[in-house]
Design a protein. Structure first.
Length: 509
Protein backbone atom coordinates (compact mmCIF):
# COMPACT_ATOMS: atom_id res chain seq x y z
CA UNK A 1 0.00 0.00 0.00
CA UNK A 2 1.31 3.37 -0.93
CA UNK A 3 1.36 6.18 1.64
CA UNK A 4 0.98 9.86 1.08
CA UNK A 5 3.98 11.32 -0.69
CA UNK A 6 6.46 13.89 0.54
CA UNK A 7 5.19 17.43 0.57
CA UNK A 8 1.52 16.44 0.93
CA UNK A 9 -0.41 17.07 4.09
CA UNK A 10 -1.05 14.12 6.35
CA UNK A 11 -4.34 13.58 8.17
CA UNK A 12 -5.59 10.73 10.28
CA UNK A 13 -8.65 10.25 8.05
CA UNK A 14 -6.60 9.94 4.89
CA UNK A 15 -4.26 7.51 6.62
CA UNK A 16 -7.23 5.40 7.69
CA UNK A 17 -8.57 5.26 4.16
CA UNK A 18 -5.22 4.25 2.75
CA UNK A 19 -4.51 1.59 5.34
CA UNK A 20 -7.93 0.27 5.90
CA UNK A 21 -9.48 -0.40 9.23
CA UNK A 22 -7.26 -2.34 11.55
CA UNK A 23 -4.23 -2.22 9.27
CA UNK A 24 -0.83 -0.85 10.36
CA UNK A 25 2.12 0.79 8.58
CA UNK A 26 4.80 3.38 9.26
CA UNK A 27 5.34 6.97 8.04
CA UNK A 28 8.77 8.61 7.74
CA UNK A 29 8.37 12.16 9.04
CA UNK A 30 11.82 13.07 7.67
CA UNK A 31 10.77 12.31 4.07
CA UNK A 32 7.19 13.40 4.50
CA UNK A 33 7.79 17.06 5.44
CA UNK A 34 10.55 19.68 5.45
CA UNK A 35 8.62 22.17 7.55
CA UNK A 36 10.22 21.35 10.91
CA UNK A 37 13.42 23.37 10.45
CA UNK A 38 16.87 22.74 9.09
CA UNK A 39 16.84 19.19 10.45
CA UNK A 40 13.61 17.29 10.33
CA UNK A 41 12.49 15.26 13.37
CA UNK A 42 12.78 11.50 13.40
CA UNK A 43 9.80 10.82 15.64
CA UNK A 44 6.81 12.35 17.35
CA UNK A 45 8.82 12.57 20.61
CA UNK A 46 11.48 14.65 18.87
CA UNK A 47 8.80 16.68 17.19
CA UNK A 48 7.38 17.46 20.65
CA UNK A 49 10.75 18.53 22.00
CA UNK A 50 11.15 21.20 19.34
CA UNK A 51 8.55 23.52 20.91
CA UNK A 52 11.50 25.86 21.99
CA UNK A 53 14.64 25.39 19.96
CA UNK A 54 16.61 28.57 20.95
CA UNK A 55 19.50 28.15 23.48
CA UNK A 56 18.68 27.42 27.14
CA UNK A 57 20.66 28.48 30.29
CA UNK A 58 20.33 25.40 32.43
CA UNK A 59 22.31 27.24 35.19
CA UNK A 60 21.74 30.96 35.49
CA UNK A 61 24.76 33.27 35.44
CA UNK A 62 26.21 33.97 38.91
CA UNK A 63 28.90 36.44 39.97
CA UNK A 64 30.86 35.98 43.21
CA UNK A 65 33.56 38.19 44.71
CA UNK A 66 36.66 36.12 45.25
CA UNK A 67 37.35 35.42 48.93
CA UNK A 68 41.11 35.95 48.63
CA UNK A 69 41.80 38.26 45.70
CA UNK A 70 39.87 41.49 46.34
CA UNK A 71 40.08 42.53 42.67
CA UNK A 72 38.56 39.34 41.22
CA UNK A 73 34.98 38.18 40.52
CA UNK A 74 34.23 34.56 39.52
CA UNK A 75 31.45 34.08 36.91
CA UNK A 76 29.74 30.72 36.30
CA UNK A 77 26.89 29.48 34.07
CA UNK A 78 25.69 26.54 31.94
CA UNK A 79 24.01 26.91 28.51
CA UNK A 80 22.98 24.51 25.74
CA UNK A 81 20.28 23.77 23.13
CA UNK A 82 17.39 21.29 23.14
CA UNK A 83 17.90 18.03 21.31
CA UNK A 84 17.75 18.56 17.61
CA UNK A 85 17.86 22.37 17.86
CA UNK A 86 20.45 24.35 15.92
CA UNK A 87 23.81 24.68 17.65
CA UNK A 88 24.90 27.84 19.43
CA UNK A 89 26.49 30.14 16.90
CA UNK A 90 27.39 33.09 19.15
CA UNK A 91 27.93 33.74 22.86
CA UNK A 92 28.85 36.91 24.79
CA UNK A 93 29.57 37.55 28.47
CA UNK A 94 29.62 41.27 29.28
CA UNK A 95 30.38 43.45 32.28
CA UNK A 96 29.12 47.01 32.92
CA UNK A 97 28.68 49.48 35.75
CA UNK A 98 24.90 49.82 35.26
CA UNK A 99 22.05 47.33 35.25
CA UNK A 100 21.17 48.10 31.63
CA UNK A 101 24.64 46.96 30.56
CA UNK A 102 25.25 50.23 28.76
CA UNK A 103 27.92 52.01 30.83
CA UNK A 104 31.62 51.04 30.71
CA UNK A 105 30.78 47.79 28.88
CA UNK A 106 33.48 45.14 28.45
CA UNK A 107 33.17 41.74 26.72
CA UNK A 108 34.74 39.11 28.94
CA UNK A 109 34.16 35.91 26.96
CA UNK A 110 32.71 34.53 23.69
CA UNK A 111 33.04 30.88 24.70
CA UNK A 112 29.72 29.39 25.77
CA UNK A 113 31.49 26.42 27.33
CA UNK A 114 34.10 28.55 29.07
CA UNK A 115 32.52 28.63 32.55
CA UNK A 116 33.89 29.59 35.01
CA UNK A 117 35.50 32.91 33.99
CA UNK A 118 37.65 35.00 36.33
CA UNK A 119 37.10 38.73 35.93
CA UNK A 120 40.31 40.24 37.37
CA UNK A 121 41.96 43.62 37.88
CA UNK A 122 38.74 45.22 39.09
CA UNK A 123 38.59 48.55 40.89
CA UNK A 124 37.68 47.85 44.49
CA UNK A 125 34.49 49.27 45.88
CA UNK A 126 32.79 49.47 42.46
CA UNK A 127 29.50 47.68 41.84
CA UNK A 128 29.58 45.58 38.67
CA UNK A 129 26.76 44.13 36.55
CA UNK A 130 27.08 41.05 34.32
CA UNK A 131 24.97 39.58 31.52
CA UNK A 132 25.43 36.51 29.26
CA UNK A 133 23.58 35.76 26.02
CA UNK A 134 23.61 32.77 23.64
CA UNK A 135 22.40 32.75 20.02
CA UNK A 136 21.51 30.06 17.44
CA UNK A 137 19.63 30.13 14.16
CA UNK A 138 16.32 30.32 15.96
CA UNK A 139 17.05 33.20 18.34
CA UNK A 140 18.96 34.69 21.30
CA UNK A 141 18.52 33.84 24.98
CA UNK A 142 19.73 36.12 27.83
CA UNK A 143 21.06 34.53 31.01
CA UNK A 144 18.87 36.33 33.54
CA UNK A 145 15.86 38.59 33.58
CA UNK A 146 18.00 41.01 35.64
CA UNK A 147 21.75 41.39 35.49
CA UNK A 148 23.71 39.93 38.39
CA UNK A 149 25.56 42.42 40.61
CA UNK A 150 28.55 42.15 42.87
CA UNK A 151 31.04 44.45 44.62
CA UNK A 152 34.74 43.63 44.67
CA UNK A 153 36.82 44.09 47.80
CA UNK A 154 39.49 46.77 47.93
CA UNK A 155 43.12 45.97 48.67
CA UNK A 156 44.83 48.29 51.16
CA UNK A 157 48.39 48.49 52.48
CA UNK A 158 48.89 48.86 56.23
CA UNK A 159 51.84 49.41 58.55
CA UNK A 160 52.42 48.85 62.24
CA UNK A 161 55.32 48.66 64.68
CA UNK A 162 57.25 45.75 66.08
CA UNK A 163 59.02 46.47 69.36
CA UNK A 164 62.37 44.72 69.71
CA UNK A 165 63.95 44.45 73.15
CA UNK A 166 67.31 42.86 73.82
CA UNK A 167 66.96 39.62 75.73
CA UNK A 168 63.18 39.57 75.33
CA UNK A 169 60.77 38.31 72.71
CA UNK A 170 59.59 40.80 70.12
CA UNK A 171 56.02 42.10 70.32
CA UNK A 172 53.82 43.84 67.80
CA UNK A 173 52.89 47.13 69.38
CA UNK A 174 51.15 49.00 66.61
CA UNK A 175 51.24 52.69 67.43
CA UNK A 176 49.96 53.40 70.92
CA UNK A 177 48.82 56.64 72.53
CA UNK A 178 49.19 55.67 76.19
CA UNK A 179 51.35 58.33 77.83
CA UNK A 180 53.26 55.90 80.03
CA UNK A 181 54.47 53.96 76.99
CA UNK A 182 55.85 56.97 75.16
CA UNK A 183 59.47 58.03 75.67
CA UNK A 184 59.04 61.40 73.97
CA UNK A 185 56.59 64.21 74.59
CA UNK A 186 55.37 63.60 71.04
CA UNK A 187 52.74 60.87 71.11
CA UNK A 188 52.82 57.73 69.04
CA UNK A 189 49.60 58.59 67.29
CA UNK A 190 51.79 61.10 65.45
CA UNK A 191 54.18 58.27 64.62
CA UNK A 192 51.26 56.27 63.30
CA UNK A 193 50.30 59.08 60.96
CA UNK A 194 53.87 59.43 59.78
CA UNK A 195 54.23 55.72 59.13
CA UNK A 196 57.86 55.83 60.20
CA UNK A 197 59.95 55.68 63.33
CA UNK A 198 61.26 59.20 63.87
CA UNK A 199 64.66 59.54 65.54
CA UNK A 200 63.60 61.79 68.40
CA UNK A 201 60.90 59.29 69.41
CA UNK A 202 63.37 56.49 70.13
CA UNK A 203 62.33 54.51 73.19
CA UNK A 204 65.89 53.94 74.40
CA UNK A 205 66.79 51.45 77.15
CA UNK A 206 67.84 48.80 74.60
CA UNK A 207 64.40 48.92 73.00
CA UNK A 208 64.01 49.66 69.30
CA UNK A 209 61.12 49.58 66.87
CA UNK A 210 60.76 48.59 63.24
CA UNK A 211 57.94 49.18 60.78
CA UNK A 212 56.10 46.16 59.34
CA UNK A 213 54.00 46.28 56.15
CA UNK A 214 51.37 43.98 54.69
CA UNK A 215 48.33 43.98 52.41
CA UNK A 216 44.77 43.42 53.57
CA UNK A 217 41.31 44.08 52.10
CA UNK A 218 38.06 45.84 52.91
CA UNK A 219 34.60 45.19 51.52
CA UNK A 220 34.10 48.52 49.77
CA UNK A 221 36.27 51.32 48.48
CA UNK A 222 36.21 53.58 51.54
CA UNK A 223 37.83 52.94 54.91
CA UNK A 224 35.06 53.74 57.40
CA UNK A 225 34.11 53.10 61.00
CA UNK A 226 32.36 49.74 61.26
CA UNK A 227 34.15 48.18 58.25
CA UNK A 228 35.68 44.73 58.60
CA UNK A 229 39.30 44.18 57.68
CA UNK A 230 39.90 40.96 55.74
CA UNK A 231 43.20 39.11 55.54
CA UNK A 232 44.34 39.19 51.91
CA UNK A 233 45.83 35.70 52.16
CA UNK A 234 42.69 33.95 53.41
CA UNK A 235 39.74 36.25 52.79
CA UNK A 236 38.61 35.87 56.38
CA UNK A 237 38.51 38.66 58.95
CA UNK A 238 41.76 39.38 60.74
CA UNK A 239 40.53 38.25 64.17
CA UNK A 240 42.86 35.25 64.07
CA UNK A 241 45.78 37.31 62.90
CA UNK A 242 45.75 40.85 64.28
CA UNK A 243 45.03 42.26 66.73
CA UNK A 244 45.76 39.38 69.04
CA UNK A 245 47.73 38.90 72.23
CA UNK A 246 50.85 40.26 70.53
CA UNK A 247 49.30 43.73 70.34
CA UNK A 248 49.98 44.76 73.89
CA UNK A 249 47.87 47.86 74.25
CA UNK A 250 44.16 48.49 73.77
CA UNK A 251 44.87 51.85 72.14
CA UNK A 252 46.76 50.33 69.24
CA UNK A 253 46.45 52.12 65.92
CA UNK A 254 47.38 50.92 62.46
CA UNK A 255 48.31 53.17 59.56
CA UNK A 256 46.73 52.55 56.16
CA UNK A 257 48.83 53.98 53.35
CA UNK A 258 46.48 53.41 50.41
CA UNK A 259 43.92 56.03 51.40
CA UNK A 260 46.17 57.66 54.03
CA UNK A 261 44.17 56.99 57.17
CA UNK A 262 44.88 55.60 60.61
CA UNK A 263 42.46 53.42 62.51
CA UNK A 264 41.85 51.14 65.45
CA UNK A 265 40.72 47.54 65.08
CA UNK A 266 39.08 45.16 67.54
CA UNK A 267 39.43 41.39 67.89
CA UNK A 268 36.61 40.85 65.38
CA UNK A 269 38.46 42.81 62.72
CA UNK A 270 36.05 45.77 62.93
CA UNK A 271 37.46 49.27 62.38
CA UNK A 272 36.90 52.36 64.53
CA UNK A 273 38.39 55.84 65.08
CA UNK A 274 39.27 56.14 61.39
CA UNK A 275 40.93 59.50 60.68
CA UNK A 276 43.28 61.09 58.17
CA UNK A 277 47.05 60.91 58.59
CA UNK A 278 47.27 64.59 57.58
CA UNK A 279 47.24 67.01 60.54
CA UNK A 280 44.12 69.07 61.13
CA UNK A 281 44.18 72.67 59.93
CA UNK A 282 45.01 74.91 62.91
CA UNK A 283 42.36 77.23 64.28
CA UNK A 284 42.67 80.93 63.41
CA UNK A 285 45.40 82.36 65.67
CA UNK A 286 44.83 85.27 68.07
CA UNK A 287 47.42 87.95 68.81
CA UNK A 288 48.45 90.15 71.73
CA UNK A 289 51.06 92.91 71.26
CA UNK A 290 53.04 92.71 74.47
CA UNK A 291 55.33 95.60 73.52
CA UNK A 292 56.74 97.39 70.53
CA UNK A 293 58.97 94.39 69.85
CA UNK A 294 57.02 91.34 71.09
CA UNK A 295 53.76 89.60 70.11
CA UNK A 296 52.16 86.53 71.68
CA UNK A 297 50.51 84.21 69.14
CA UNK A 298 47.89 81.77 70.49
CA UNK A 299 46.71 78.80 68.39
CA UNK A 300 43.44 77.96 70.15
CA UNK A 301 41.35 74.76 70.41
CA UNK A 302 42.99 72.73 67.63
CA UNK A 303 42.90 68.98 67.06
CA UNK A 304 46.54 67.94 67.47
CA UNK A 305 46.14 64.15 67.49
CA UNK A 306 48.62 63.70 64.64
CA UNK A 307 50.37 67.11 64.74
CA UNK A 308 54.09 66.99 65.48
CA UNK A 309 54.64 70.78 65.33
CA UNK A 310 53.13 74.07 64.24
CA UNK A 311 54.88 76.08 61.53
CA UNK A 312 54.25 79.80 62.13
CA UNK A 313 54.42 82.44 59.40
CA UNK A 314 54.24 86.25 59.76
CA UNK A 315 53.46 89.20 57.50
CA UNK A 316 54.39 92.78 58.46
CA UNK A 317 52.68 95.76 56.87
CA UNK A 318 50.94 93.70 54.19
CA UNK A 319 54.18 92.14 52.95
CA UNK A 320 54.86 88.53 52.04
CA UNK A 321 54.53 85.83 54.69
CA UNK A 322 57.74 84.34 56.04
CA UNK A 323 58.40 81.63 58.60
CA UNK A 324 59.27 82.95 62.05
CA UNK A 325 59.52 79.64 63.92
CA UNK A 326 58.02 76.28 64.85
CA UNK A 327 56.63 75.04 68.14
CA UNK A 328 55.48 71.67 69.45
CA UNK A 329 51.80 71.70 70.52
CA UNK A 330 51.21 71.91 74.25
CA UNK A 331 49.74 68.40 73.95
CA UNK A 332 49.57 66.02 70.97
CA UNK A 333 49.74 62.41 69.83
CA UNK A 334 46.56 61.10 71.49
CA UNK A 335 43.12 60.47 70.07
CA UNK A 336 41.84 62.65 72.92
CA UNK A 337 43.80 65.75 71.80
CA UNK A 338 40.88 67.35 69.99
CA UNK A 339 40.94 70.85 71.50
CA UNK A 340 44.47 71.94 72.39
CA UNK A 341 45.66 75.55 72.73
CA UNK A 342 49.32 76.45 72.15
CA UNK A 343 51.18 79.75 72.68
CA UNK A 344 54.15 81.08 70.72
CA UNK A 345 56.04 84.28 71.67
CA UNK A 346 57.54 86.15 68.73
CA UNK A 347 60.13 88.73 69.80
CA UNK A 348 62.43 89.03 66.80
CA UNK A 349 62.14 91.20 63.72
CA UNK A 350 59.32 93.33 65.13
CA UNK A 351 59.45 97.09 65.61
CA UNK A 352 57.20 99.61 67.30
CA UNK A 353 54.26 100.61 65.13
CA UNK A 354 54.31 97.44 62.95
CA UNK A 355 50.95 96.09 61.69
CA UNK A 356 51.36 92.31 61.91
CA UNK A 357 49.31 89.20 60.95
CA UNK A 358 50.10 85.49 61.30
CA UNK A 359 49.00 82.18 59.78
CA UNK A 360 49.86 78.69 61.00
CA UNK A 361 50.42 75.27 59.40
CA UNK A 362 50.32 71.92 61.25
CA UNK A 363 52.82 69.29 60.16
CA UNK A 364 54.28 65.89 60.79
CA UNK A 365 56.78 63.83 58.83
CA UNK A 366 54.01 62.55 56.53
CA UNK A 367 52.19 65.73 55.52
CA UNK A 368 51.56 69.42 56.17
CA UNK A 369 48.08 70.82 56.60
CA UNK A 370 46.61 73.75 54.74
CA UNK A 371 47.20 77.15 56.30
CA UNK A 372 44.95 78.39 59.05
CA UNK A 373 42.74 81.40 58.52
CA UNK A 374 44.97 84.47 58.75
CA UNK A 375 44.79 86.20 62.13
CA UNK A 376 43.33 89.63 62.65
CA UNK A 377 45.94 92.36 62.44
CA UNK A 378 47.56 93.82 65.54
CA UNK A 379 49.77 96.91 65.65
CA UNK A 380 52.67 97.00 68.05
CA UNK A 381 52.65 100.09 70.28
CA UNK A 382 55.07 102.94 69.70
CA UNK A 383 58.23 102.95 71.81
CA UNK A 384 58.22 104.15 75.41
CA UNK A 385 59.49 107.70 75.90
CA UNK A 386 60.35 109.73 79.01
CA UNK A 387 60.09 113.45 79.65
CA UNK A 388 62.04 114.79 82.65
CA UNK A 389 61.37 118.08 84.48
CA UNK A 390 63.32 120.14 85.43
CA UNK A 391 65.85 119.28 82.77
CA UNK A 392 68.60 120.85 80.79
CA UNK A 393 68.66 117.87 78.43
CA UNK A 394 65.63 115.54 78.86
CA UNK A 395 67.38 112.71 77.06
CA UNK A 396 70.58 112.58 79.06
CA UNK A 397 71.29 114.72 82.10
CA UNK A 398 69.75 116.83 84.81
CA UNK A 399 71.80 118.82 87.32
CA UNK A 400 69.58 118.83 90.35
CA UNK A 401 71.93 120.11 92.94
CA UNK A 402 75.56 120.98 92.61
CA UNK A 403 76.17 123.66 95.20
CA UNK A 404 78.33 123.18 98.24
CA UNK A 405 76.52 122.16 101.34
CA UNK A 406 77.80 121.95 104.85
CA UNK A 407 75.34 119.60 106.57
CA UNK A 408 76.12 115.94 106.80
CA UNK A 409 73.37 115.23 104.24
CA UNK A 410 70.99 116.95 101.91
CA UNK A 411 68.16 116.00 99.50
CA UNK A 412 67.54 117.13 95.96
CA UNK A 413 64.52 118.90 94.68
CA UNK A 414 61.74 116.69 93.27
CA UNK A 415 62.18 115.55 89.67
CA UNK A 416 59.04 114.62 87.70
CA UNK A 417 59.20 112.11 84.82
CA UNK A 418 56.28 111.67 82.39
CA UNK A 419 56.11 108.28 80.59
CA UNK A 420 54.49 107.97 77.14
CA UNK A 421 53.35 104.57 75.71
CA UNK A 422 54.23 102.82 78.94
CA UNK A 423 54.11 99.02 78.48
CA UNK A 424 54.69 97.79 82.03
CA UNK A 425 55.47 99.14 85.48
CA UNK A 426 58.37 101.47 86.16
CA UNK A 427 61.39 100.40 88.20
CA UNK A 428 63.66 103.08 89.70
CA UNK A 429 67.28 102.27 90.59
CA UNK A 430 70.39 104.27 91.46
CA UNK A 431 74.07 104.00 90.55
CA UNK A 432 76.49 105.45 93.10
CA UNK A 433 79.80 106.85 91.86
CA UNK A 434 80.72 108.82 95.01
CA UNK A 435 82.23 107.72 98.30
CA UNK A 436 79.40 109.53 100.01
CA UNK A 437 76.15 107.56 100.29
CA UNK A 438 73.61 108.15 97.50
CA UNK A 439 69.98 107.01 97.95
CA UNK A 440 66.63 107.56 96.22
CA UNK A 441 62.90 107.73 96.93
CA UNK A 442 60.21 107.58 94.22
CA UNK A 443 56.48 107.18 93.68
CA UNK A 444 53.48 108.18 91.60
CA UNK A 445 53.52 111.42 93.61
CA UNK A 446 56.23 113.36 95.43
CA UNK A 447 57.63 111.17 98.21
CA UNK A 448 58.85 114.31 100.09
CA UNK A 449 62.04 114.86 101.99
CA UNK A 450 60.87 112.68 104.87
CA UNK A 451 60.48 109.57 102.71
CA UNK A 452 62.45 106.41 103.17
CA UNK A 453 65.46 106.54 100.85
CA UNK A 454 67.14 103.43 99.49
CA UNK A 455 68.82 101.78 96.53
CA UNK A 456 65.68 101.12 94.42
CA UNK A 457 61.89 101.44 94.12
CA UNK A 458 60.11 98.85 91.89
CA UNK A 459 56.75 98.33 90.16
CA UNK A 460 55.37 101.85 90.08
CA UNK A 461 52.15 101.58 88.05
CA UNK A 462 51.86 105.15 86.83
CA UNK A 463 52.59 107.30 83.78
CA UNK A 464 53.98 109.97 86.13
CA UNK A 465 56.91 109.27 88.42
CA UNK A 466 58.36 111.70 90.99
CA UNK A 467 61.86 111.00 92.36
CA UNK A 468 64.13 112.56 94.96
CA UNK A 469 67.77 111.86 95.74
CA UNK A 470 69.71 112.04 99.03
CA UNK A 471 73.46 112.44 99.41
CA UNK A 472 75.22 111.83 102.75
CA UNK A 473 78.83 112.34 103.84
CA UNK A 474 79.52 111.43 107.45
CA UNK A 475 82.09 113.41 109.46
CA UNK A 476 82.35 116.20 106.90
CA UNK A 477 86.03 115.43 106.57
CA UNK A 478 86.16 114.67 102.85
CA UNK A 479 85.79 117.15 100.06
CA UNK A 480 84.22 115.42 97.02
CA UNK A 481 82.79 116.31 93.67
CA UNK A 482 81.14 117.44 91.74
CA UNK A 483 80.52 113.76 90.65
CA UNK A 484 77.48 112.40 88.85
CA UNK A 485 75.47 109.73 90.58
CA UNK A 486 72.71 108.28 88.37
CA UNK A 487 68.98 107.59 88.76
CA UNK A 488 67.58 105.12 86.15
CA UNK A 489 63.90 104.61 85.31
CA UNK A 490 63.07 101.42 83.33
CA UNK A 491 59.82 100.12 81.81
CA UNK A 492 59.87 96.51 83.06
CA UNK A 493 57.99 95.24 80.01
CA UNK A 494 59.55 97.01 77.05
CA UNK A 495 62.97 97.50 78.63
CA UNK A 496 63.07 101.17 77.62
CA UNK A 497 64.83 103.40 80.16
CA UNK A 498 66.12 106.90 80.91
CA UNK A 499 69.13 107.97 83.01
CA UNK A 500 69.09 111.13 85.16
CA UNK A 501 72.51 112.39 86.25
CA UNK A 502 72.65 113.85 89.76
CA UNK A 503 75.70 116.07 90.29
CA UNK A 504 76.86 115.73 93.91
CA UNK A 505 79.56 117.73 95.72
CA UNK A 506 80.64 118.16 99.32
CA UNK A 507 83.21 120.61 100.69
CA UNK A 508 84.94 120.02 104.02
CA UNK A 509 84.10 122.94 106.26
Amino acid sequence: MAIIGSGNPVSMSSMNVELGDGATDSISLRTTSNTFGLSSPDSFSELYSLSNDSPEFTTALTATADSVDPSKVVLAWAVGVPTGAPAISAFTLKRATDSNISANVSTLSTNAAGSPVNDTGLAGGTQFFYRASATNAIGTTVSNDNATTTAARTAIAIKYLRQEEQGESNVFTGWISTAGSVASTKGELVLCAEGAVVADDSRGNNVSTTVLSENEAIADGTLSNGDTLFAATTGTSVSAKKPNDDLVNQETFLVETTQNNIFQINTSGVLSNVRSRTPNVPTKPTLVANSGTQITVTIPTTNTAVTREFDIHRSIGGGSFARVGTIVPSDSGSIDDTSISTTFVNDSGISAGNAVVYKVFAQNAFATSSASTTSDSVTTPSGVSFSVSPSLDPATSIAIFSDEFTPDSDTSSAVTISVTNRQGNIDVTRTQNTSGAFAIAAGASDPGTGATFGANVDNIDSDTIVVRAKFSESGRNTSEGPINNVITLTDDSSGDSVNINISCRVTNS
